[in-house]
Write a protein that binds this ligand. Structure first.
Ligand code: NAD
Ligand code: IPM
Ligand code: MN
Length: 344
């Protein structure tokens, strides 16, 4: 049986970078052997246009019966004032597949340092473990009228524990250091996170746990990013800090992510959005999507060998300066993609 991959192409630059990712997948599969089958399904704005639902039942079914889900980016001005938004589909798919941990790496290869806006980028290698299916994104009550609005940040002990375990397991395979980022000088949810995470830490005596307030963390990610190994944080803080961290590489358009739960398909997607400002120009950076494909091969299909080939090819392309305008280059998405394939 071929490995089944559900492909959700997304909106605006979504299809442009998905094509790039799939082209690289095809090339590497042909050259080194990897048996797979793509199952496409409508999602986000495309699905709203098609059937009025950003996550149609048949799409979630296809995802559930696949070995991995590859998603590009959804959303954009076309649906900003629509009754249903593509973003609702994104939150639903994460929730329905129970993908409570979102892993967003920031690491810089030697070749990449030239594009970084910060001076001390050479030792940067950390991951953000972002809680993904709870917190203020999902908490109720939630309300808006002409006079007031309300969102609720809510966490249960179990929700914190399970994502904390993912972070500590990851730290054990890395540099044995977890930093919990929170706002425990103000928020009760953050105080609770500290209590529960300290409990979990007792099962990992060889991992150091420290704490950092989110405002200070946003400063340290720029001033001394090399100090971080695994950053564990709640949903909204993780969303914001991961875009900031991405920029250390020189562009938001380089960073992949994986969202994992307890078994079931893992979802791979770039951390950025659908970039409507550059859609249709053919200049979107495909690295985030190609890196997502590599992450998928390594984590869902036990093919780290193929992932390494992709990382090496990207490194060579970066060294050669064949990059898109977000990194200061003049190459088009397709040219960068072909250059990656040439180096595989
Ligand atoms: P965005 O991440 O789409 O874009 C922010 C900036 O980064 C833009 O200037 C864009 O051109 C640039 N950028 C992003 N990816 C790039 C790439 N691959 N190559 C080159 N430049 C790139 O954020 P936004 O503009 O705030 O949001 C646009 C839409 O995307 C919104 O509807 C938002 O809700 C949605 N969104 C979706 C996801 C997702 O699908 N996971 C994530 C974030 C935002
Ligand atoms: C992301 C995005 C989403 C989030 C939006 C589009 C709902 O910003 O994947 O980072 O906030 O999680
Ligand atoms: Mn985001």
């Amino acid at each position: 049986m071929p490995n089944q991959i559900a492909v959700l192409k997304g909106d605006y630059i979504g299809p442009e970078i998905m094509n790039a990712g799939l082209k690289v997948l095809e090339a590497i599969a042909n050259k080194y052997g990897f048996d797979y089958q793509i199952v496409e399904a409508p999602f986000g704005g495309e699905a709203i246009d098609e059937c009025g639902d950003p996550l149609p039942p048949k799409t979630i079914e296809k995802c559930q019966s696949s070995d991995a889900v590859l998603l590009s980016a959804i959303g954009g001005p076309k649906w900003d004032h629509a009754e249903k938004r593509p973003e609702q589909g994104l939150l639903q798919i994460r929730s329905k597949l129970n993908l409570y941990s979102n892993i967003r790496p920031t690491n810089i290869s030697e070749a990449m340092t030239q594009y970084s806006p910060i001076k001390n980028a050479n030792d940067v290698d950390f991951v953000i473990v972002r809680e993904l299916t709870s917190g203020i994104y999902f908490g109720t009550p939630r309300h808006k009228d002409d006079f007031q609005a309300l969102d609720t940040m809510y966490y249960t002990r179990e929700e914190i524990k399970r994502v904390a375990k993912i972070a500590f397991d990851m730290a054990e395979r890395r540099r044995h250091h977890v930093t919990l980022v929170d706002k425990s000088n103000v928020l009760d949810t953050s105080k609770f996170w500290r209590e529960v995470v300290a409990e979990v830490a007792k099962d990992y005596p060889d991992v150091t746990l420290d704490y950092c307030y989110v405002d200070a963390a946003s400063m340290k990610i720029i001033s001394n990013p090399g100090q971080f190994d695994v950053i564990l944080t709640e949903n909204l803080f993780g969303d914001i800090l991961s875009d900031e961290a991405a920029q250390i590489t020189g562009s938001l358009g380089t960073i992949p992510s994986m969202s994992i739960g307890d078994g079931g398909p893992v979802l791979y997607e770039p951390i950025h959005g659908s970039a409507p400002d550059i859609a249709g120009l053919g200049v979107a950076n495909p690295f985030s999507m190609i890196n997502s494909v590599a992450m998928m091969l390594a984590n869902s299909f036990n093919r780290s060998d193929l992932a390494q080939k992709i990382y090496q090819a990207i490194n060579q392309v970066i060294t050669d300066g064949a990059v898109t305008p977000d990194l200061g280059g003049h190459y088009k998405t397709e040219q960068v993609t072909d250059a990656v394939i040439d180096n595989i």
